[in-house]
Design a protein around this ligand. Sequence first.
Ligand SMILES: Nc1ncnc2c1ncn2[C@@H]1O[C@H](COP(=O)(O)OP(=O)(O)OP(=O)(O)O)[C@@H](O)[C@H]1O
Ligand SMILES: [Mg+2]
Length: 589
Amino acid sequence: MTPPGEAPGRALPLLPTRGLVLFPKMLAPLFVGRGRSVRAVERAFGEQSPLVLSAQREPGVEDPGPDDIWPVGTKARVLHLSRLPDGSMKVLVEGEERVRIVRYEATEPCFLVTAAPLSRQRRPTARTRSLARRVRDVFARYVDLHPQLPDEAQDVVQQTEDPDEVADIVAAHLQVGDEEKQALLAMESTEQRLVALLESLAEEIAALDLEQEIGRKVQERIERGQRQALLREQLRVIRDEIGEAGGGEDDDEGYRGRLAALALSPAARALAERALRRLSELPSLSSEVAVVRGHLDTLLGLPWGRLAPSEVDVAAVARHLERTHHGLRDVKDRILEYLAVCRLRGADQPATILCLAGPPGTGKSSVAQSIAEALGRPFVRVALGGVRDEAEIRGHRRTYVGAMPGRIIDGLLKAGVDNPVVLLDELDKLGSDWHGDPAAALMEVLDPAHNHAFRDAYLECEYDLSRVFFIATVNDVDAVPATLYDRLEVIHLSGYTLTEKLAIARRHLLPRVARDSGLRPGDVRYGRGALARLIRGYTREAGVRELERCLRRVARKVARRHLESGLALPVTVTVADLADYLGPAPWED
Ligand SMILES: Nc1ncnc2c1ncn2[C@@H]1O[C@H](COP(=O)(O)OP(=O)(O)OP(=O)(O)O)[C@@H](O)[C@H]1O
Ligand SMILES: [Mg+2]
């Protein structure tokens, strides 16, 4: 043996391998097809000399250079060679010893390298001997558990004494990735190799144990299922014999009646029929009953063509918006224009979705609700803020535990008609991550070319969304995904002036706040300048949300004082009283 570090003998041909890390003492058949590799084998075989096999770092590299090849490989002999008609060859090699490639002498016509044997322990120590024994024992258990390893593998290892050889043979048989094998091949210290092997073996055995355990459980479950099916069949025969109807059928009748009355699509009807059949087969205590019922309830709970009156009365909407919202001249005009177009298009969906954009508290959600009221259609709010999972829109497949339909289908369940006003609230807060892209799912919902056949994963059939009246709201138009933005007809609500806020407070907020606090409108009055002072000193906002909150706090205090200390109503809140009701003003007037 050439001592390491010293210039070794002549250069040897090198064969880069893919998907194979050859160890000493190991026999391996391989196909050689690449030109340089064929020439390397021919040279070694012709000269009756050994060659070096070393694995490629990336098996995908077709024409590897020295940097693509691991520096530690195995010197081997070609025992057998047969040429195939296409110029490639099949060879049988046997590993001899581990070597480190010291230098590449040539790359043409084949790789020629000088290689030095890896240093090895001359004489085994007590510690390596005992480690080797442990490896042999653990390996025996591994072979027992592993379906693909022949028992002979064990015999060979049992007969090997030398710790390094034990390591080579066990490593060769270990069914782990090439990277891990390469690491085991390149490790210099025998002790380290044996320890690493013990670790790998322990991990592999744990995985195999788990696999076996799962296999056993699956088997048990299948057997239990078959047993149950058999018992159910027997039960049915017994019931027939004694002339008793099966359980749960009253319930089925309820479903059947509803199914008959609804205008389900053929696909949905087939699904419902199947679910009903499943329900009658399942034992009533089975946990699957709830799952099947949940699906049926969703299928049969959808409106399936039921519609609210769909006439768009533009003048009625105008009157209602005027009643419920102060100001917003441009906004109201644009909404009415949009509705007029909808009306003229009749059943056709508008090409764009109405989108109200503006800072918080400027009335976006409440304008949308007013539109729904004026149209006489149910109003459903779908909060999109923080929705990251595509399944929130498109539904979870029913194989998931706790699966649910997506929010759109859920909205229709709540609305009870196919043409509700659905508010897609906070469209700009839509997220996305590895759970898929909810914005893309929403595109399908909004696209008139596709939404008559929207597929919800939970429902498992198509549903027609083409008659839904969608309205979206956003705070920040720039944050809306570009693809969605193209579909929107954006109307901006910019915020209110002090005068507008005063009018909104007097006409809309104060009466509502009083009612909500159990008072009569007019029970809480604001003296000269008090409301303006409240707005300037206690709120900083474009909208009126903070303002409404302050008015509520005042109203609640008034209500409580009225009950507890007999405060006489109506009360007039003056500028001087504000601090008493709301604490010191955060902002200078
Ligand atoms: N012009 C208005 N006339 C009457 N009330 C209004 C007007 N603008 C806003 N409001 C009232 O202000 C409150 C807040 O409005 P709303 O909840 O619609 O705000 P928003 O724009 O949806 O805010 P966010 O972006 O935070 O959702 C509601 O009670 C609403 O009725
Ligand atoms: Mg809102």
